[in-house]
Design a protein around this ligand. Sequence first.
Ligand code: ADP
Ligand code: ZN
Length: 745
Amino acid sequence: MIVGVHPLAGFDKLLHYRVPESLRGSVAVGTLVRVPIVNALKLGIVGEIGAPKDFPVERLKSLAQVVYPFPALPPDLLGLARWMARYYACGLDSIIETMIPVAVRRGAGLKQEKLLVLAQKLPSDELAALEKRAPQQARLYRFLEQQFRPQAKALVLARLGQTAAVVNALVKRGVLREESRRIERIAYADDHAAGELVAAQPHAPNAEQQAAMDAIAASLAEAKFGVSLLHGVTGSGKTEVYLRAIDAALKLGGGVVFLVPEVALTPQTVARLRSRLEAIAQGQRCVVWHSHLSEGERLDGWLALATGEARVVVGARSAVFAPVQNLKLIVVDEEHEPAYKQDETPRYHGRDVAVMRAKLAGAHALLGSATPSLESFTNVEAGKYRLLQLTQRVDARKLPYIDVVDLRIEAAKQRGLPALSGKLVRAMQDRLERREQTILFINRRGYSSSMLCRSCGHVEECTHCSIALTYHRTDETLRCHLCGDQKPAPARCPKCAAPDIRWKGLGTQRIEESVRRVVPRARIERMDTDTMAKKNRFREVLSAFRAGKIDVLVGTQMIGKGLDFPNVTLVGLIDADMSMHIPDFRANERTFQLLVQVAGRAGRGDRAGEVIVQTFTPQAEAIQFSRHADFAGFAASELKVRRDFHYPPYRHLIHHLFRGPNPDKLKFFAEQWAKLVEKTLGDRVELRGPSPSPIEKIKDEYRWQLWYFTTAVTKVVPELAKLRAEFAWPDDLTQVIDVDPVNLM
Ligand code: ADP
Ligand code: ZN
């Protein structure tokens, strides 16, 4: 028996090995093995059984070890890895490494724990005798007898200050038995904070929910690949639909992947989801998967899925690679979220990969959002996806009214740049009187973002990164958010020495201060990446807010996701322009999504909600369409622009970044390369650039970029990869290809 193995050893090749007699039974495609490479043993994944014809098999080395007696990559995942390598132009090894957690790759086994189990109950006379002859043994016996369940050996011995000899003696007598069990570390298992996102008890579905559930159940029963896009307004009960779909898939004996954006994985959500899912899965374990798991936790979850012990995983982006067996359903909640795109190699999009995995596994993909991505929406229009709609909020609650405040008028009235308009201030005071809560959203962190001189217009930039520095008030510094460089904030303009420099833009700290001035009695809390750096702080603030101990919550988008606070009746968006006037063709789409999602946070209880949006450009379409959450209207208008300018979803974009210490050399090679691509692929791609990147320098490295626009991405990317491999790049130049990039800055 010969197998081809993809080694995880820093290169991308298929190597062949002979399988010794004793291992033949446990080797299949997808098995994690150890193989000799040069003089060391390396991990690898079996990619094929057999060898090409006329292969010189005599000189082959032997496979050394099988790590697990089951495939580490089920066939659909191995197929997915191969597809990703082609589609995203990256090495198969880097993808396999992403798919298999570090602890698993190290070949870690199951963590065992010894339990002490009482094998028989001693009659009182025997116990009395034991008491005399061996008091330590009697003591151990009595301790165990008082416990409800078997106890961990290590804990018991530590607690009683005894040695293993005492245990051994009792085992010899037949009084005690030792058992092994796998240790399970359950993430968030001890968290009982109340959360309303997922009701503990299922709701009776309304007519629209029922229709959606029926459609999905029918697709699942067909047992073939398909995609549904669930477009449901905020508060329409999409989660309930997901849970019923999961229920249906499990009843058919299948496995399920449930993806949510990382930020939505708050302990409350996880606890609720988990208990509902475990109820649905009839006591089977639901694996939770996100970036804060310890290696041990991840290994446990991975093993439970790979061995079929658990069939449901809920997690962030990378959970799309969980080794779920017999996959029947993948749910992608908030499918429009940019966070699904990974911004380091391999640069994959979790939603797109989810759809491809569903295809390879013959499963159903259910994508859901209140503001679907235009990519998914055009797939509906093209007949590739089926559209399911929830047009009403549950219990026919009204969508909140969005009031747009024109900051140009406000600025004239209040003389200067106001953080809070008169309208927003009155609305907050009003909420305080009614004992209702307010959330204020702001788009960036810090006291204010950049420093602008009113006299000469100078903006202080990072000397390494050519981006504006951010003012941090707590320690009076200017900091670079890219390389971390910092220096004291100047009192006068460094360029013209004018004393009246001012801070442009509005950060969370400044909003917090303004709020303190206008509603001095209010209890205010700020929530952004700076204040939430401390572990558990996020949870604490959220539970305090939920418990009504906070009146006004000021924060970045991180408080917007997946949270449901019935007593919030006012939501303010401080600066809608922040996301709208950046050099990204998706800026309008992001702004529309932000507004609709933010508005969806208001009025989830019995009382109607009010949303106040402050902006210098109130006439913008993203703002106007969001006032009535008019997704169809927005999509129609925005898609016209996209078509006119050949942007996605009409064409694919590929970003090519070149970086290195010498800007002239970068320019030269980028231009040579562009010429070559033009000559070879010119009829299939449109090139834009090369040109310096928007951020020209990071950590003393210069950056140039080149854009490709194409309709034939699956053909063009492999050709680019091939050309790139043959091109004579200088040693000090690094280049990165990003297919379907999400962040254009
Ligand atoms: P969405 O994700 O669409 O914004 P959610 O799934 O968060 O909406 O549901 C909003 C609220 O409505 C939740 O508190 C949920 O428990 C509740 N809910 C869902 N379905 C029903 C129903 N059929 N009847 C009553 N309440 C429901
Ligand atoms: Zn910097």
